[in-house]
Design a protein around this ligand. Sequence first.
Ligand code: G1P
Ligand code: ZN
Length: 542
Amino acid sequence: MIEINSTRPIDGQKPGTSGLRKKTRVFQEPGYLENFVQSIWNGIGGVEDKVLVLGGDGRFFNTQAVQIILRMAAASGAAKVIVGQDGLLSTPAASHLIRARGADGGVILSASHNPGGPEGDFGVKFNTANGGPAPESVTEAIYRASCEVTEYRTLGTPDIDLSTPGRGRLLATEIEIVDPVADYAALMERLFDFDAIRALFASGFTLRFDAMHAITGPYAHEILERRLGAPAGSVDNATPLPDFGGGHPDPNPVWAHELMTLMMGADAPDFGAASDGDGDRNMIVGRGAYVTPSDSLAVIAANAHLVPGYAGGLKGVARSMPSSAALDRVAEALGITCYATPTGWKFFGNLLDAGLATLCGEESAGTGSDHVREKDGLWAVLMWLNILAARRQSVAEVMAEHWARYGRNYYSRHDYEEVDAAAAGALIEELRARLDRLAGVKLGGLSVRAAQDFSYSDPVDGSVTTKQGLEIHFAEDARLVLRLSGTGTAGATLRVYLERFAPGPEGLDEDPQTALAEVIAATEDLCQIKTRLGRAAPDVVT
Ligand code: G1P
Ligand code: ZN
């Protein structure tokens, strides 16, 4: 029954910021997925007698990929695969299942917020037994295995029916099909004060959650509407579609513009939120009040004591280096450590496992806690709802009070997408070479205080990760960070992160792009992005 197919290494099967992402068409090439999955098995020392979790965000090719992986797990002797019904699992739900079932790891099929469909993107990510994305040591081992793979094992069996929860077998491997929502929803009930949130909705509080035709639809429907009593229809675009309805399932003001328009209009509900393709990102917006992810993380940290699951206090907090320092100010007030890690959720795992941090987040709309080892979109929404239920204030009021107390870190990210990779690489390299000489230099109205090439030394395992972004601090309490994306599938994407602190009490209500004008000008002065990349303006401004 077991088929052993000979193969050859395929170039470029190197996991990036979050697993291996390629055009769907690339993943559909004969043997491409098989090579990578066999390389995962080889890179982690085989899957014999191991228990794995498997599921994806439902994008085009998810259905076929799940069947291929089930056959390959069985052919390599896995003891058991726990798979989401219809092959579906949100990323945080997969992380939770790995932990709750004591599995040895899991395979998540997703390209996160990247568009799906035959012309879109697909991705495969391996998570380890702690439920989190494999650390660099493991992704490196997988990559090395992909450079050496000579054969892959599979079965000649037909597809398994995954449409109903239950148990079956594939060769000697047990296949358990689970409801993708149930365990996750139960976890949320344990963390949050569902009674208080139900009472909030019963008092007339209104919500619009945009699932962006992606995986969180069924989760949001069950939790927000069915269990918490949000009015029917509060969850929009709730049916997951293989191409996300042709949209770009990234919850930011650009891609979730319909929700933004609603929230800024006269008929806005009290609270708006959205999640991405695989359910790990979030966007939070109040009536007339967009909350940046960095601010959201800071507000969540400052108010976590109001939420039952966090009433005991926070052990520490962590943010990705490019995220704003709004969190640092809250941590200082709470007397806890705030860690700054490289971009990518995998760097939070050790801090959470070691009990050094309880909450963590990234400016790219990822927020989470030690309840799982992934960022978690719906969790962030429930955090906010629980906080609003406890404080009985609007989002705008919560933000105003927060800034009045801590000051405001004006923040924005400018992305130049799919630019010429060589030009973007050269821009970064040349700037890197100049960093040492930047201190004291005047750029527009600002003067450079310090500049560094960010490298991270993990406080738990001592591993060092270098070249994680160029960070330029200005004497005027402002900062600029530049780095290249590690998740793109075409050309290069340059990310420019801009930040400026306003201590208040005056000047807390400016438009961020205005408040950041000098930092934006200094950036252009420093590296002439627009001319060098041939772009008149950034493609995405968050
Ligand atoms: C982007 C975000 C990063 C996030 C990752 C996966 O990575 O910047 O914060 O962890 O997606 O969702 P990048 O494309 O910048 O490498
Ligand atoms: Zn995602």
